[in-house]
Design a binder for this molecule. Structure first.
Ligand SMILES: [Zn+2]
Length: 253
């Protein structure tokens, strides 16, 4: 299961790994906490929300993932109990064994708050006394949490973030790109607000940069494991177990 803040965040940072897991027969789940309603300079929020939902559903379909509805709006992803109860309900419904979440450090609070919400919602998956909305029974399963890379591969204080593991994504890069391209409305928005020529190229460049950092792959996604307490056994690293030779742990090895 991948949980990110905004429609298209999964496609930028996580979709390659999801696709590789899908190829190995894993059931995939796709959720963004925000609707992306502020992601337009010209469309009103209700329409933007609708457009981005349909784009996200299209992207999830390309990835072969089940789509889950967003819970709130842009800049309104707050670490609050209301959101936590709703997110924890989704996690109990899915019962993921691998949870891909944003970096706990990133330039934008929606991303860091999503990271915190997903971590706590996963932590509460088996606690009978934590009430979810809607009410869902606790689940008894190990879950390994992996944090994706922040945008720009650095934290909000400009410090470089280095992944713990690199996943080789060459073989699925074209499909990852296709899923990102499903977010049609975003090209114009990102060109206007972030000075990006093309969001597809930004994704390519990040993927190539992570490949270079790995020392051996051309395209890669980077991950850092969350500490295991409350989630799984100490040394569990299902991504490395499942993806085998597609994973590199130390740059250059
Ligand atoms: Zn985002």
């Amino acid at each position: 299961m991948a949980i990110a803040a905004h429609p298209d965040d999964i496609e930028f940072l996580m979709a390659g790994t999801l696709l590789l897991l899908g190829e190995r027969g894993f059931e995939l789940h796709y959720m963004t906490v925000s609707s992306g309603n502020c992601g337009s300079m010209t469309m009103p929020p209700e329409r933007t929300r609708r457009v981005r939902k349909s784009e996200s559903m299209g992207a999830a379909k390309i990835l072969g993932a089940e789509y889950h509805k967003s819970l709130t709006d842009d800049l309104e992803i707050l670490y609050d109990v209301r959101t936590l109860r709703r997110l924890a309900a989704v996690i109990r419904e899915v019962g993921p064994n691998i949870l891909l979440v944003p970096s706990p450090q990133d330039y934008m609070e929606d991303h860091t708050n999503t990271s915190r919400l997903a971590v706590t919602a996963a932590f509460a998956r088996g606690m009978p006394n934590f009430r979810t909305v809607p009410a869902r029974k606790p689940v008894d399963c190990d879950v390994a949490l992996y944090h994706g890379m922040p945008h720009g591969l650095c934290d909000q204080l400009r410090q470089k973030i280095v992944p713990e593991i690199f996943v080789r994504t060459e073989s699925v890069h074209a499909r990852k790109r296709e899923a990102l391209a499903a977010h049609n409305s975003q090209k114009a928005w990102l060109d206007a607000t972030q000075g990006m020529d093309s969001y597809l190229r930004v994704m390519d460049e990040m993927s190539l940069e992570l490949g270079r950092m790995s020392g051996i792959f051309r395209h890669a996604e980077g991950w850092r494991r969350h500490l295991h307490y409350g989630f799984s056994g100490q040394d569990e690293d299902p991504l490395s177990d499942i993806l085998g030779a597609l994973v590199a742990r130390v740059p250059g090895e």
